[in-house]
Design a protein around this ligand. Structure first.
Ligand code: CTP
Ligand code: MG
Length: 223
């Protein structure tokens, strides 16, 4: 793939945010007075490599209005994240040869992570994931009984944006594999190679109420 390849971004934002508790869908919950999704898309637009962006949302008309200043295409999402990504991919400008998939919920991801993923794709990787070392000791369990302690040194926590040569992501989503929590998992299941680059603590996923407090603190520290 040439270094001039256009980079498209798919933003799954159609989740309900059940773990965040009652309220609006997660992408529309506010952080410093603006929806998470607006923070996420603004961050993507600040990345020099990013071209066309497609957002998969629950309320298309509302999100189109919210994101009017950012030049994005908005489509209706699906019942599962994987379905939302598939629907967004189908609406992506055919000129995009490289595709990033970025969770709206990772709304404070630094531009440097986006650019690191793109650079790795441009250097020839077929699939790329940003990762961090795992801080906790991780145990495998069977019910409430511990079965094994996994070697933490060999584990990585995976973030987004995950990057793909477009043909690789299209093949993965056309494969009919069962639902997974990330896109690189589909590529792995098909025997593809996934390369890691360093992620960032600031690319954490807003998942539970405490994460909203952390996100507010990160924004305050940046201001
Ligand atoms: N997502 C999506 N479509 C779905 C489910 C999830 O586009 N049917 C998106 C979410 O909006 C989020 C990203 O996928 O940006 C990661 O999902 P997650 O953090 O699990 O968000 P939710 O599914 O909204 O949260 P929860 O699982 O707590 O309900
Ligand atoms: Mg979810």
């Amino acid at each position: 793939m040439t270094s001039r390849a256009t980079v498209g971004v798919l933003v799954p934002a159609a989740g309900l945010g059940v773990r965040l508790g009652p309220g609006a869908p997660k992408a529309l919950r506010e952080l410093a007075g603006e929806p998470l999704l607006v923070h996420a898309v603004r961050g993507l637009r600040a990345a020099p490599s990013v071209g066309p962006v497609v957002v998969a949302a629950t309320d298309v008309a509302l999100v189109e209005e919210l994101l009017a200043p950012y030049d994005v295409v908005v489509v209706a999402g699906g019942a599962e994240r994987q379905e939302s990504v598939r629907l967004a991919l189908a609406a992506l400008d055919p000129a995009a040869d490289l595709v990033l998939v970025h969770d709206a919920a990772r709304c404070l991801t630094p531009v440097s992570v986006v650019e690191a993923v793109v650079a790795c794709l441009r250097a020839g990787a077929e699939s790329v994931v940003p990762v961090l070392p795992v801080a906790d000791t991780v145990k495998q369990v069977d019910g409430d009984r511990v079965v094994a302690t996994v070697d933490r040194a060999a584990l990585r926590a995976v973030q987004t944006p995950q990057g793909f040569q477009r043909s690789v992501l299209e093949r993965a989503h056309a494969s009919g594999l069962p639902t997974l929590t990330d896109d690189a998992g589909l590529v792995e299941a098909l025997g593809g190679t996934v390369t890691t680059v360093p992620g960032s603590e600031e690319a954490f996923k807003v998942t539970r109420p405490l994460d909203l407090l952390l996100a507010e603190a990160v924004l305050a520290a940046r201001a």
